[in-house]
Design a protein around this ligand. Structure first.
Ligand SMILES: Cc1cc2nc3c(=O)[nH]c(=O)nc-3n(C[C@H](O)[C@H](O)[C@H](O)COP(=O)(O)OP(=O)(O)OC[C@H]3O[C@@H](n4cnc5c(N)ncnc54)[C@H](O)[C@@H]3O)c2cc1C
Ligand code: SF4
Length: 413
C-alpha cells in the first residue's frame, strides 16, 4: 500500500480539522488526504497553496499541521501530512496539472509589480494572475525562488522541484524581470507610478550582528549571505564555528561539513531543548558529525582561535523563557579557523527608502497589508513575507503573499 493509502486509513477525518488550523495556509488537510484521486487532491490544495511539493518537504510540520493532529493523542504519531502533500504536489508537477484560473473581467486591465520572487512574491503573483491581472515580478537574482533557491541547501530541497514549481507559476502569464535590483535599477516611486499596485516581497536575509569582539575580522562570515550567494571560503581541512541555534545554523553547518571542513561546531548560548531549529534538523546535523557546544557563547574572535564563555539560564521577570547569562570567570580559548554567524537576520534598509519600518526593522503595514510611508501616508504599495515580519517560514511567507493578493484584488475593484 502506498503512503497515501496508509495515511487515508490512519487519518480520522476529524470534523473540527485541528490539522487545518495548524497550517499557516489553512490547507484543507483531511479533504486532500481523503480525496478520491490525485487530481481531486491537487484541486483541493490549489485553493490555498501552489507550493505543495516545497512545503510538503520543508515546512516545520511538527510545529504546524502535524503538531495539531489528533493522532498524536491516540497513537503518539501524527498523520504524515507533509509527505502526503509533497506526493500530491509532485504528481501535479510530473503530470503538468495547471494552476486553475478564475479570470475576473473587472481586473484584466490591471497591472501589478511584485518586487521579490521568493515564496511570498511568487504566491502573491500566482493568486493575482489567477484573476487575470497582469503581473510583473522584479528580482535582483538571475533566477526566481528567493531562499528556496539561494538559501535552503539542495540536500534538503532539490532545485528541480523549485524550478518546476516556478515554471508552473510563470505559465499563468506572469512577466519576469530578473537581474533587477530595487534602488539600483528602479525605485519604488517609479513602480508605484507605472503600476496599479506594487508589492514589496524582498525578504530579510541580511545577517544580524552577534556583538562579539573582532566581529569584522576577515575570518568571520554571515551565514545568510554565505548561503544566498553560494560564495564559500575554502573550508577544506579547517575548524569552523557556527554561532546560533536555528535552522540557518543547521543548514550552514551541514553545508560546511560537506565542503570538507575538518571539524564543525555549533555554539549555542541556550540548551538543546531551547534550540529553535527543528528536532529532525538537529538530529541530521549530529548524524553529519557536527559537534554541539550548548550553554556556550563566543566573546571574541582571534587569529586561529576564539574565546568562548560558558552560560547559564536564569528566570527573568517579563521574559517568557529562561535567559542565558555569561558565567563570570569561565572564559576559555579553542583553536578555530573560521566563524560563521547565524544569529538572526534583518531587512535591507537601504532598499526600503521612504518606507516606514517598525521597531524590529520590518516594513510597517496596516491591516490591509498596505505599507506606511515615512511621511505617514499610504499609497498603492503593499508588503508580504519576511520583509513585513511574517513568521520567517516558507508557509507564513506564502500566507502573507496570498493575503496581500486578496487585499490588492479588493483594492483594484
Ligand atoms: C538557510 C535557510 C534555511 C531555511 N529553512 C527553512 C525551512 O526549512 N522551512 C521553512 O519554512 N523556512 C525556512 N527558511 C525561511 C524561509 O526560507 C523564509 O522565511 C522565506 O523564504 C521568506 O520568503 P520571502 O518571499 O519573504 O523572502 P525570500 O525568500 O528572501 O525572497 C526574497 C526575494 O527578493 C529578492 N530581493 C531581495 N532584495 C531585492 C532587491 N533590492 N531588489 C529586487 N529583488 C530583491 C531576492 O532575490 C529574493 O528572490 C530558511 C531560511 C534560510 C536563510
Ligand atoms: S487531525 Fe490528523 S487525524 Fe484528524 S483529520 Fe487532521 S490529519 Fe486526519
Amino acid at each position: 500500500m502506498s503512503e497515501i493509502e496508509n495515511m487515508k486509513e490512519y487519518c480520522l477525518n476529524c470534523k473540527n480539522k485541528p490539522c487545518q488550523t495548524g497550517c499557516p495556509l489553512s490547507n484543507d488537510v483531511p479533504n486532500f488526504i481523503n480525496a478520491n484521486s490525485m487530481e481531486d487532491a491537487i484541486e483541493i490544495l490549489y485553493n490555498t497553496t501552489i507550493l505543495s511539493s516545497i512545503c510538503g518537504r520543508i515546512c516545520p510540520h511538527g510545529k504546524q499541521c502535524q503538531g495539531k493532529c489528533t493522532r498524536n493523542l491516540t497513537n503518539k504519531k501524527p498523520v504524515s501530512i507533509g509527505e502526503v502533500e509533497a506526493a500530491i504536489g509532485d504528481y501535479a508537477l510530473e503530470n503538468n496539472i495547471p494552476i486553475p484560473m478564475e479570470i475576473d473581467e473587472k481586473l484584466i486591465n490591471k497591472k501589478v509589480a511584485v518586487v521579490g520572487g521568493g515564496p511570498s512574491g511568487l504566491v502573491c503573483s500566482s493568486f493575482l494572475a489567477r484573476k487575470g491581472i497582469k503581473v510583473t515580478i522584479y528580482d535582483k537574482h538571475e533566477k526566481l525562488g528567493g531562499l528556496l533557491r539561494y538559501g535552503i541547501p539542495d540536500f534538503r530541497l532539490p532545485k528541480e522541484i523549485v524550478d518546476k514549481t516556478i515554471e508552473k507559476i510563470v505559465e499563468q502569464g506572469i512577466e519576469v524581470r530578473t537581474n533587477q535590483e530595487l534602488n539600483k535599477d528602479f525605485t519604488i516611486t517609479e513602480l508605484s507610478d507605472k503600476y496599479d499596485a506594487v508589492v514589496l516581497a524582498i525578504g530579510a536575509n541580511i545577517h544580524s550582528k552577534a556583538h562579539i569582539e573582532n566581529e569584522g575580522s576577515s575570518n568571520v562570515y554571515g551565514a545568510n549571505e554565505m548561503l544566498e550567494s553560494g560564495n564559500y571560503p575554502d573550508f577544506k581541512g579547517k575548524k569552523v564555528a557556527v554561532l546560533g541555534g536555528g535552522n540557518v545554523a543547521m543548514d550552514a553547518a551541514r553545508t560546511i561539513i560537506r565542503k570538507n571542513a575538518k571539524e564543525v561546531y555549533i555554539i549555542y548560548r541556550r540548551s538543546e531543548e531551547q534550540m529553535p531549529a527543528e528536532k529532525e534538523e538537529i538530529a541530521l546535523a549530529k548524524e553529519d558529525g557536527i559537534k554541539f557546544l550548548f550553554l556556550n557563547n563566543i566573546i571574541s574572535v582571534e587569529k586561529e582561535r576564539i574565546k568562548c564563555i560558558r552560560t547559564k539560564l536564569v528566570e527573568k521577570e517579563g521574559e517568557s523563557r529562561p535567559v542565558p547569562i555569561n558565567i563570570e570567570g569561565s572564559e576559555y580559548d579553542i583553536p578555530m579557523d573560521i566563524v560563521v554567524l547565524a544569529t538572526g537576520s534583518q531587512t535591507d534598509k537601504n532598499a526600503l527608502e521612504n518606507i516606514e519600518l517598525d521597531d524590529r526593522g520590518y516594513i510597517k503595514i496596516d491591516e490591509n497589508r498596505k505599507a506606511i510611508l515615512t511621511n505617514g501616508s499610504k499609497s498603492n504599495i503593499f508588503a508580504a513575507g519576511d520583509v513585513s515580519g511574517d513568521k520567517a517560514t516558507v508557509a507564513f511567507a506564502a500566507r502573507g503573499g496570498k493575503d496581500a493578493a486578496e487585499e490588492i484584488i479588493k483594492y483594484l475593484k
